[in-house]
Design a protein around this ligand. Structure first.
Ligand code: FES
Ligand SMILES: [Fe+2]
Length: 364
């Protein structure tokens, strides 16, 4: 096998027998772009906070997954709604909008082609003699988008609908009072490790007693629970003290459980962490074979609960996770490490994640 060929990966469906993804997949930089293509381009990712739904017209250029997919997109919003478009002119490929602005027409500054806010071609000088013009390909491509609470998601070539990605989590997390949520912080963390290792670490609570003593004080570790859906997983941290639980409606399936935190993972790289005070979103984007950016979006709806429970000191927990994940990055580069096994009781979500990654690799 040539080194650039992706290794054959088949993760056993039976966690009691399965081994993890091979370290070679992560440590060989030749595999990195193919993994991105097969996993990131076909799934959904956070674009950012949803633009406010006031009736004013607004154009907002965004780079979708800078550092990996690098796709120039344009969010347009007006009284007619929101559109997510390609920000590339359909004439000769100029970038259209460079900074946020308010204008009713998108106009290219190269040769003057213009578009409506929904991407429909409007006008173009010197094209009177062009035949079969304009055609649908002269419109700006619309990018599949979806929203969850105050978040805007997109996918450049979705393999699944956003609804199927979310699955039963849509109703499970429907109690979140997004309309009261205020975005209080957007912060990037950069970790010197492959994105897969960062996700692996998120997907199990087995490391909590060893890595996070502060968090351990808030959680009843023996009740930690993991649930798997088709594309998503949910971990539930249960509070030691009932006063640290998330207030849930009486009809919620977890109302009896003193949930301190819901850790919801949307394949392949979105983490929604729900605490008594609000939601902390971690949007993961690969920057290189051993570099990953984690964007924290903090939405608060109950200030009074900020300092206690499982979500009390997220910065500390993040830095503890980053330190261990960077050590793992160095460890898996060792010629003596090939792959590992899963804890059947505590690493179900890591196993599920590795199965999904391997499925994406074989399914192309
Ligand atoms: S590239 Fe936009 S009008 Fe020519
Ligand atoms: Fe952790």
């Amino acid at each position: 096998m040539k080194t650039s060929e992706l290794p054959q990966v088949d993760i056993d469906a039976d966690i009691t027998r399965a081994s993890t993804l091979p370290a070679e997949l992560i440590r060989d930089p030749a595999h990195y772009p193919r993994l991105l293509d097969r996993v990131f381009a076909r799934t959904w990712h956070v674009v950012g906070p949803k633009p406010s739904s006031d009736a004013s017209t607004r154009l907002e250029p965004v780079t979708f997954l800078p550092g990996s997919l690098n796709e120039p997109l344009l969010v347009t919003s007006s009284q007619h709604g929101l559109n997510l478009l390609s920000n590339v002119c359909t004439h000769r490929g100029n970038l259209l909008v460079h900074e946020s602005c308010r204008t009713p027409t998108i106009k290219c500054r190269y040769h003057g082609r213009s578009f409506d806010l929904d991407g429909t071609f409007k006008r173009m000088p010197a094209f009177e003699q062009a035949r079969d013009f304009p055609a649908p390909t002269d419109n700006l491509p619309k990018i599949p988008s979806a929203s969850l609470g105050e978040l805007l998601f997109a996918s450049v070539a979705p393999q699944m609908t956003f609804e199927s990605l979310l699955g039963p989590l849509a109703t499970r997390l429907a109690f979140i009072p997004w309309s009261e949520a205020v975005l209080t912080q957007t912060k990037d963390y950069v970790v010197n490790a492959n994105w897969l290792l960062y996700c692996d670490n998120y997907l199990e609570g087995l490391h909590i007693p060893f890595v996070h003593d502060g968090l351990m004080e808030a959680l009843d570790f023996t009740s930690y629970a993991t649930e798997l859906n088709e594309w998503a997983s949910l971990q539930l941290g249960i509070a030691k003290r009932p006063q640290d639980a998330i207030p849930l409606p009486a009809e919620h399936p977890d109302a009896h459980r003193n949930v301190a935190a819901f850790y919801a993972f949307l394949f392949p790289a979105t983490m929604l962490n729900v605490y008594p005070w609000g939601v902390s979103v971690n949007a993961i984007r690969p920057l290189g074979p051993a570099k990953t950016c984690i964007t924290y979006l903090t939405f608060v709806y109950d200030q009074s609960r900020l300092g206690s429970g499982a979500g009390a000191d997220l910065e500390r927990v993040e830095l503890e996770d980053e330190a261990i994940v960077e050590k793992v990055q160095r460890g898996i580069s060792s010629r003596f490490y090939k792959q590992g096994r899963f804890s059947p009781s505590m690493e179900q979500a890591v196993h599920h994640f590795h199965r999904l990654v391997s499925k994406q690799l074989s399914d192309h």
